[in-house]
Design a binder for this molecule. Structure first.
Ligand code: PEP
Ligand code: MG
Length: 556
């Protein structure tokens, strides 16, 4: 029997397929006592699990190759460590279950590593992953991490962090459903980057049984469990209709009265470039370089590796413009070797530009790698810093760019309300601002973007957020500089028109949204967009703002 669940649709399209769960971190096994006569059997079970996990990690290493192989093989060695094995067996001999013994033995190994200098401390995350695998195997629960499946599936998770998804095979993921997260969470961003439908903040998502068939509608936020044949037909017809309408949209972004609004793509690395080119992106408006850094918990990627990745992206847009954001680590994107381990409130702590100013060597290497990557290429390179809060931050970043010999246009992301309110001061140090509306909403509403329970505040139609966008756009106009939007707000076709009406000069979004936004902009004049923006700002709720803008633009 079909049932319908409702969450928040964050990436258009429909996916129908079987559910597979993202294995979550293992909970602490209970400290149960075993009988002395069971000890030998438990020890054999533990040995088997250690060996199986080591073999699995080695096999994954062979498959992955490159730097990932070295990391996976180092993890396999941890599972085979004779001291660790002896410790597990000792703990079982005095009454622990195999899973509890493994859990405790890893805890003491972990404490040793954590206190053993920067390099070894950086391996703690890898060690935790090995522990989780061993305990999961012993408990008979799904392995942590991405599902091990050869067939395409709908991925279910509590929420997805960038690090979780690094090993995801995009050709197997039909769509995402998450229990937590809001429209600006990384699950939503990743789904748009992959061009797959997604629904977030869906209560009960993690209780869907493995293998259940679901139909995910990423536009309406509906998830149909065991969809009926009629439902499947209805969804397929809607998809075909939408595709036909979009196929008619091409060319640069422009309003119906000829006002140009460059439509740019948000990418996480060279792998996202083909989809951006195919969608007709006029360049890249946000290159999230942190994805290059997430593969290795211990150190930044080498300068050579960075040059190669940046060059691959820059070469793809010979006539266009590419905006590279320097590393945005911390909070929801922690990097073990940079992010302070014990912050009471990581989103309000040392993250984004603050991290880079604390580690000037990492920033310098990245800027020098960019300078080298762009040498001899005709592309227009722009570089921006995340989490700029004030003029002093903007100046520090501009100084670092100059010191690295980088000849690029330098900008600042406006993600903190202070920077939006004082955008003119920021713009005295840099050439452009780009609004990161995801974080800007998070900080405006004091609502964590990863928490499903506060998703309503993350709605980019919130009039307070629109006011801050207007403040930044007005400042840019007054300084004769540009003001783009690269947060998820830009990917909503109706809101995109409102943003243009507020004075935003370019829009950057996941490639799959570009055709929708292009088609929407082409229907209205700038004056209509400005009227819709004013009507939205006159409301007191996100829903009211959306309705008011819609009423203006549809002539109701
Ligand atoms: C934003 O905060 O809007 C943004 C574009 O950056 P990220 O989503 O990567 O934090
Ligand atoms: Mg951000």
């Amino acid at each position: 029997m079909e049932t319908t669940l409702r969450g928040v649709g964050v990436s258009h399209g429909v996916a129908i397929g079987e559910v597979r769960h993202m294995g979550t971190a293992v909970l602490e096994p209970p400290a149960k006592q075993i009988r002395a006569e069971d000890a030998e059997r438990e020890q054999a079970r533990a040995r088997q699990a250690l060996e199986a996990v080591a073999a699995d990690l080695t096999a994954r290493g062979h498959l992955a190759g490159g730097e990932a192989q070295a990391v996976l093989e180092a993890q396999a060695l941890m599972a085979q460590d004779p001291e660790l094995r002896a410790d597990v067996e000792r703990r079982i001999a005095v009454g622990s279950t195999a899973e509890r013994a493994a859990y405790d033995a890893f805890a003491s190994y972990r404490a040793l590593l954590a206190g053993a200098g920067e390099y070894l401390a950086g391996r703690v995350a890898d060690l935790d992953d090995v522990r989780n695998r061993i305990v999961a195997r012993l408990l008979g629960v799904p392995m942590p991490g991405v599902p091990d499946s050869d067939e395409p599936y709908v991925l279910i998770a509590r929420d997805l962090a960038p690090a979780d998804t690094a090993l995801l095979d995009p050709s197997l993921v039909l769509g995402f459903v998450t229990e937590e997260g809001g429209p600006t969470s990384h699950s939503a961003i990743l789904a748009r980057a992959l061009g797959v439908p997604a629904v977030v903040a869906l209560p009960g998502a993690v209780e869907l049984a493995e293998g259940t068939v679901v139909a995910v509608d990423g536009s309406t936020g509906e998830v149909f469990v065991e969809p009926s044949p009629e439902r499947r037909e209805e969804l397929a017809a809607a998809v075909a209709e939408r595709k036909a309408a979009l196929a008619a949209s091409s060319g640069p972004g422009v309003t119906s009265d000829g006002h140009r609004v460059p439509l740019l793509a948000n990418i996480g690395g060279p792998a996202d470039v083909p989809a951006a080119v195919e969608a007709g992106a006029e360049g890249v408006g946000l290159f999230r370089t942190e994805f290059l850094f997430l593969d290795d918990a211990v150190r930044a990627p080498s300068r050579e590796r960075q040059v190669a990745a940046y060059r691959e992206v820059l070469e793809a847009f010979p006539e266009g413009r590419v905006v590279v954001r320097v590393l945005d680590a911390g909070a929801d994107k922690p990097l073990a070797f940079l992010t302070p381990a014990e912050e009471p409130n990581p989103a309000l702590g040392v993250r984004g530009l603050r991290t880079l100013l604390d580690h000037p060597d990492v920033l310098r290497t990245q800027l020098e790698a960019l300078a080298e990557a762009v040498r001899g290429l005709p592309v227009h390179l722009e570089v921006m810093a995340p989490m700029v809060a004030d003029r002093q931050d903007a100046r520090a970043f501009a100084d670092a760019c100059r010191a690295a010999g980088l000849t690029a246009t330098v900008g600042a992301m406006v993600e903190v309300p202070a920077a939006a309110l004082r955008a003119r001061a920021v713009l005295r140090e840099v050439e452009f601002v780009s609004l990161g509306t995801n974080d800007l909403a998070q900080y405006t509403f004091a609502a964590d973007r990863q928490v499903g329970a506060v998703a309503r505040y993350q709605d980019p139609w919130q009039p307070a957020l629109l006011d801050l966008v207007a403040a930044a756009a007005d400042a840019a106009r007054a300084e004769a500089k540009s003001c783009g939007v690269c947060g998820e707000a830009a990917s909503d076709p109706l809101l995109a028109c409102v943003l243009v009406g507020l004075g935003v000069t370019s829009l950057s979004m996941g490639a799959s949204s570009i055709p929708y936004v292009r088609a929407s902009l082409a229907k209205y004049t700038v004056a209509q967009c400005a009227r819709a923006a004013a009507a939205a700002r006159a409301e007191d709720s996100a829903e009211g703002a959306r309705r008011a803008a819609h009423a203006v633009l549809s002539g109701e």
